[in-house]
Design a protein around this ligand. Sequence first.
Ligand code: TNX
Length: 534
Amino acid sequence: MKKVSSINLKFILIIILLIGVIVGSFTINFKGNSETQATFKAQNINDIIPKPLSYKKGAGKFILKKDALIYVKGNSEKETEEIRKIAEFLRGKLKPSTGFELNIIKGDNPPAGSIYLTTVGGEEGMGNEGYRVITTPEKVEIIAYKPEGLSRGVQTLRQLLPPDIEKSAVVTNVEWSIPVSTIDDKPEYGYRGLMIDVARHFFTVDEIKRQIDHAAQYKINKVHLHLSDDQGWRLEIKKWPDLTTIGGSTQVGGGPGGYYTQEQFKDLVKYESERYVEIIPEFDMPGHSNAALASYGFLNPDGKKKPLYTGTKVGFSSFMTRDEKTYAFIDDVIREVSEISPSKYIHIGGDEAEATKKPEYDYFVGRVSEIVKKYGKTPVGWDPIDTSSTIDSSVVLQNWKDSNTVAREKNMKMIISIAKKAYLDMKYNENTPYGLNWAGYIPVETAYKWDPTDYAPKELVLGVEAPLWTETIADVKAMDYMIYPRLLGYAEIGWTPKASRDWNEYKIRLEKQGERMKNQGINYYNDSSIWGTK
Ligand code: TNX
């Protein structure tokens, strides 16, 4: 009798277990895809873009409260002061939505409830941009080898908080919590860039700051400004003021154009350096130079100024390549820029010089590269600059066409910006209201599914850059639409190793970023393949 009942008990237990399993799996199926993904996600991955190298989730959470303190401590007083500025940036980002006025304190041993930013204990292997975020119920600690790493870690911290953190007005019904977790992170490439063409259409300093602020949250660390083209010259050069008063006076379509004074440029550079973003100035030569040729007659063979140009054709203008007046002028430009631009790079253009014969082009880019080097900077040029006999591995190639054989032979370092993958001015599809399509359509998926090593050997790759040419982009709304969400993909291609990237998994994280972008007022392209039709 006893034996029978124990068998029965086992049987009943098995039945209960089986029912449990069936009901459980049914619930998951019934709940549908998104919730299943959410459950999976909560346990195993996070929403962060670019995806960190490693993320481990524990039990519990840290809750940010209104009396929280931000402790900062560097390896020297100077470093502590630098970290204090990063803490100020963080406080500024957390304030609008939380309403909290977090106090910043120089010191270690933060009390429970604090955020702690420190380079003490940071390891050299983390590199300049690597960081670790350790979240426990008591505190959030970001450790890095350099303050720059802390600034990248702070961008990650924003993404660990609920999306409401990005709202610009106080939200009261939210718990500002971060799951207990440890993140170890560092980038694959040191160059993760965005280019903005401010020559075809001019954008103000504030518009550029806003754009860079948004890009920096995804750890973009280089912003290349295309400061001159046929349609406009956008940076004051004190020795040659007509460059901006005449050359900067219009834009595509004939609008009023504009330019940056050197003071404004310095202010922009300083603002971005506080976000650890480097500004790289470009003057496009010998082609794309009509705005300069329209400003000064002496730059032209007949001594007369060219008319200003407001169309969108390329390849018709050229500096005189065998006239020393040209080089004296360029020397002045490069000298003045090198004095106000801390970046080690100066971009000299070199693309689409169809009005310059090949031997003249070669001579010209060689001479201009020497000028750039004379002022202590590294020249960067678009292809085909690599094909010039005057150019060697002291020059960086920005590769936009799918051809860099000569650059490879010369061991030139490269920034990969292949037009058919990385051009932000290409339309997403035939319905995109702005942009061009000469390099094809670039849907969000295409923008994500490539790697710089598809185009060049890894040891030559400095990183990636996504250029926004602005022939058809006249305002901030259009700019946002073309940049977002594709820039998140480019940022991840530059940051996260190829082996850790997968479109299907990325898509889930991208979907989550939609709410954050919306909260920040970014007019992103609301792609139905990512966000559905809601
Ligand atoms: C090619 S890419 C250009 C630009 C145009 C762009 C338009 C490159 C180095 N030159 O002058 O604005 O196409 O997509």
